[in-house]
Design a protein around this ligand. Structure first.
Ligand SMILES: C[S@@+](CC[C@H](N)C(=O)[O-])C[C@H]1O[C@@H](n2cnc3c(N)ncnc32)[C@H](O)[C@@H]1O
Length: 331
């Protein structure tokens, strides 16, 4: 358990001021913070007296930060150890939800906790579970077929050497169980002559984190279920960090903010109602000074939409990313 927040591991909430200014017209209501983490967003919203927060996080290690806010704000703050795909299971009682916010990825505490094995700098057993998981990265690396490992590295990491890396994993695991440092070594041996800006292991580790935490289906279901619990006028805001996440978030807001023919056989006039109003078509990015203060923020993108319609059918959204969900279901 990594419950103490020390200053070295302090997590800087990314795009905090931008996020607050987006939801500010809605001040005075209940907001759902789907990715509580160390509570950076929740704290800022609770500073305004009329606001309530319902917070979620799949990681039990955030309970310490949550209980601090619980004591300070009492009934104005409620925490659930749930995945955000389960956001529709919360009993909302009289709360009308003004906004749902997502800050995807991992907090610094999680990355710096060696037991999580999220980082290629760690040593020891592979893990990568954020909480409420069905399997770990160790189980994947120990048991998954060469073909499936290749697909996972290719689709979730865009790793050029997917096949070679998968083949070497399957060969090596016959003799010993592969730990974090062994996986890094396997990748280094294959890529030794490649000169790239990113660490040799970045892509493989990203793909394993996506698979272990089922990040794709979590995000798709989290967005749809959030839409279903907010009223018209409510806002959904998402900060994403990698290109797959941003593709999903962009499609969700962009596709469903356009008027489309519900069927190509129907007359032009019969178009579907928009589900969102978009104020910014382009994502909001961190300022140079934020990036200087907190370099990991450089890949963050903030997108948001305001709900305009209750009757939205998200089957096209699911279909669009079905190929990714199929890879997430591989074992
Ligand atoms: C980048 S951190 C959030 C930081 C937070 N905004 C802050 O200011 O402290 C992301 C958090 O989301 C949580 N998380 C990631 N995926 C989740 C999911 N599917 N459901 C619930 N929580 C999730 C992680 O455990 C982590 O604590």
């Amino acid at each position: 358990m990594n419950a103490t927040i020390n200053l070295e591991n302090k997590h800087f909430p990314v795009l905090l001021n931008e996020l607050i200014s987006i939801i500010s017209p809605l001040y005075g209501g209940t907001f759902i913070d789907c990715t509580f983490g160390q509570g950076g967003y929740s704290k800022k919203i609770l500073e305004i007296k009329k606001n309530n927060i319902i917070a979620l996080d799949r990681d039990k290690d955030v309970l310490n930060s949550a209980s601090i806010l619980q004591k300070k704000y009492n009934k104005r703050f409620k925490f659930y150890n749930l995945k955000f795909s389960q956001v529709d299971q919360i009993k909302l009682k009289d709360h009308i939800i003004k906004g749902v916010i997502f800050d995807l990825g991992y907090s610094l505490n999680q990355i710096k906790n060696p037991q999580r094995g999220l980082s290629f700098s760690d040593k020891g057993k592979l893990n990568m579970k954020l909480g409420i998981n069905d399997f770990s990265a160790n189980e994947i690396i120990s048991n998954m077929s060469e073909n499936n490992l290749t697909k996972v590295f290719k689709v979730f990491g865009d790793e050029k050497y997917s096949k070679k890396i998968a083949r070497e994993i399957v060969k090596k695991r016959k003799y010993k169980s592969i730990k974090t440092e062994d996986l890094v070594q396997i990748i280094d041996n294959i890529k030794k002559y490649q000169k790239t800006k990113i660490h040799n292991s970045t892509k493989v580790f990203q793909s394993l984190r996506i698979l272990v935490n089922k990040e794709i289906s979590e995000l798709i279901n989290g967005l749809i279920n959030s839409f279903n619990i907010i009223p018209i006028g409510g806002i959904i805001a998402v900060v994403s960090f990698h290109s797959i996440e941003d593709r999903i978030v962009k499609f969700f807001f962009k596709h469903y903010s356009e008027q489309r023919n519900t069927s190509r056989y129907l007359p032009e006039a019969e178009v579907s109602e928009r589900c969102f109003k978009l104020i910014n078509k382009k994502p909001i990015l961190p300022s140079p000074s934020e990036i200087k203060q907190n370099p990991p923020s450089r890949s963050a993108k903030l997108r948001y939409g305001i709900k305009t319609n209750d009757n939205c059918d998200f089957s096209e959204f699911r279909e669009k990313f079905n190929n990714l969900i199929n890879v997430e279901d591989l074992r």
